[in-house]
Design a protein around this ligand. Structure first.
Ligand SMILES: NC(=O)c1ccc[n+]([C@@H]2O[C@H](COP(=O)([O-])OP(=O)(O)OC[C@H]3O[C@@H](n4cnc5c(N)ncnc54)[C@H](O)[C@@H]3O)[C@@H](O)[C@H]2O)c1
Ligand SMILES: O=P(O)(O)OC[C@@H](O)[C@@H](O)[C@H](O)[C@H](O)CO
Length: 390
């Protein structure tokens, strides 16, 4: 069995690659980072250090690596004969990997089994997005129909904290011990790939929302409020009482929304939240607030970790989720010059009207319950910037 995996970064090597290897797949990593691909291609194995109360080290072997920027033909040939394609490149990058997957599908023989394609990104419907990008790039409906019949796109939810790696780690990767990979079984029609580490479910919606709106909402809240308190890492940030209070309050709101929307039991969510806060405090992981807060514009999007659960709260619980709105306020103060989206967001704050920012960045229009509180939150961040500049 062979899997082609796009994105040989932190989660690619430390989670997807490891689980596919343990499931018996030969993994072909594809990445645009030449240095990383050369190092992987030159190695027979790499180690995954699982750190926590019960630390252990696992070894991944039997992989190959292809530079997808310079060796597209080789990648097409690999996809043509693969069983599975996975990605962990970031949701914004999916449109760049879609064309080569399309070429790989076109090169498959008519009698080959359908290729299982699973985008492992922190986004709702990431595999659907990849499929849409792929289809959009095709010349006509006949080609779309032909290639659609050769692949199954299944949405997934992936959970394992994998920080940026130490400079001297090479291709080895340090991760937390916890992991969860939930895959939508329904598109496979009884022929889901065999991945023992993955959990196949009939309806992914509640799982991906529970994950994104608890783990990632909580993580981002700790990152942004921790950044404002001067913390460098997540474990340092969550030890600050004001940060702990901010994240607990935000997650009480997301849990209320999940219970009201999906009927997830309150006690189960309380235990899930407690476990996640423990994971954030893991003293063995050095996870910087700048990584967890990266790309604040993406994180402030309509369906992402703040506005998504806040809208659900307003719709299904009723009222304004003030802790989530406060976390949005902290995100608007994430000032990291190396992060292009942080720079872009601060520039928008300096130049645009509050309502335009709420509409364009957060996708919330006038008349929606969250509109006015969000406009006030943006306006407050703008006043603060003006005062600081005086
Ligand atoms: N790190 C985590 O804790 C974690 C956990 C769950 C999900 N995720 C998700 O996984 C995805 C990747 O995150 P990460 O932390 O591993 O980031 P990362 O930056 O470590 O890895 C991304 C990799 O994608 C590569 N890449 C960029 N453009 C590419 C292209 N066009 N073709 C092929 N490869 C390309 C990069 O070179 C990099 O090696 C994101 O969607 C993230 O939200 C991350
Ligand atoms: O990857 P992002 O930028 O969407 O979010 C940053 C972190 O919250 C994220 O990578 C978590 O570590 C991960 O989602 C845990 O499963």
């Amino acid at each position: 069995m062979k899997a082609v995996h796009f994105g040989a970064g932190n989660i690619g090597r430390g989670f997807v690659g490891l689980l596919l290897h343990e499931a018996g797949y030969e993994v072909v990593f594809a990445d645009v980072n030449a240095e990383l691909i050369d190092a992987l291609a030159a190695a027979d194995s790499y180690r995954v250090h699982l750190v926590g109360e019960d630390s252990e080290t696992k070894t991944v072997t039997g992989f190959r690596a292809i530079n997808s920027a310079t060796d597209e033909d080789a990648l097409v040939a690999e996809i043509a004969s693969a069983d599975v394609v996975t990605t962990a490149v970031g949701p914004r990058i999916l449109r760049f990997v879609a064309p080569v997957i399309a070429r790989g599908l076109a090169a498959r023989s008519d009698d080959a089994p359908r290729l299982a394609v699973m985008a492992c990104e922190n986004a709702i419907g990431a595999s659907d997005l990849l499929a849409a990008e792929l289809m959009d790039g095709l010349p006509d409906d006949d080609t779309r129909e032909e290639l659609a019949a050769r692949a199954v796109f299944a949405n997934t939810a992936v959970d394992r904290i994998v920080p940026a790696q130490a400079a001297d780690a090479g291709i080895d990767v340090t991760v937390e011990t916890f992991y969860e990979w939930v895959v939508d079984r329904s598109p496979f029609g009884g022929h889901a790939p065999e991945i023992p580490g993955a959990h196949f479910v009939d309806s992914l919606g509640p799982y991906i929302e529970r994950k994104l709106f608890t783990v990632n909402t909580g993580h981002a809240t700790v990152a942004y409020t921790g950044f404002l308190e001067g913390a460098t890492t997540i474990s340092e940030a969550i030890a600050i009482p004001a940060v702990r209070e901010a994240v607990e309050a935000a997650l009480r709101e997301t849990s209320a929304a999940l219970t009201a929307k999906h009927g997830l039991p309150e006690e189960e969510l309380a235990a899930y939240r407690a476990k996640i806060l423990d994971r954030f405090a893991n003293p063995y992981l050095v996870d910087e607030v700048t990584r967890v807060g990266r790309e604040p514009i993406r994180k402030l999007g309509r369906n992402d970790r703040f506005i998504g659960p806040a809208s659900d709260y307003a719709e299904h619980v009723g009222g304004i989720p003030t802790a989530l709105i406060a976390a949005v306020g902290a995100a608007l103060r994430f000032d990291v010059p190396e992060d292009t989206q942080s720079v872009e967001l601060l520039k928008l704050l300096d130049e645009a009207e509050p309502a335009a920012i709420v509409e364009e960045v957060m996708g919330v229009g006038p008349g929606e319950p969250l509109h006015d509180p969000l406009v006030e939150t943006v306006a407050a961040a703008q006043r603060e910037r003006l005062d600081a500049a005086l």
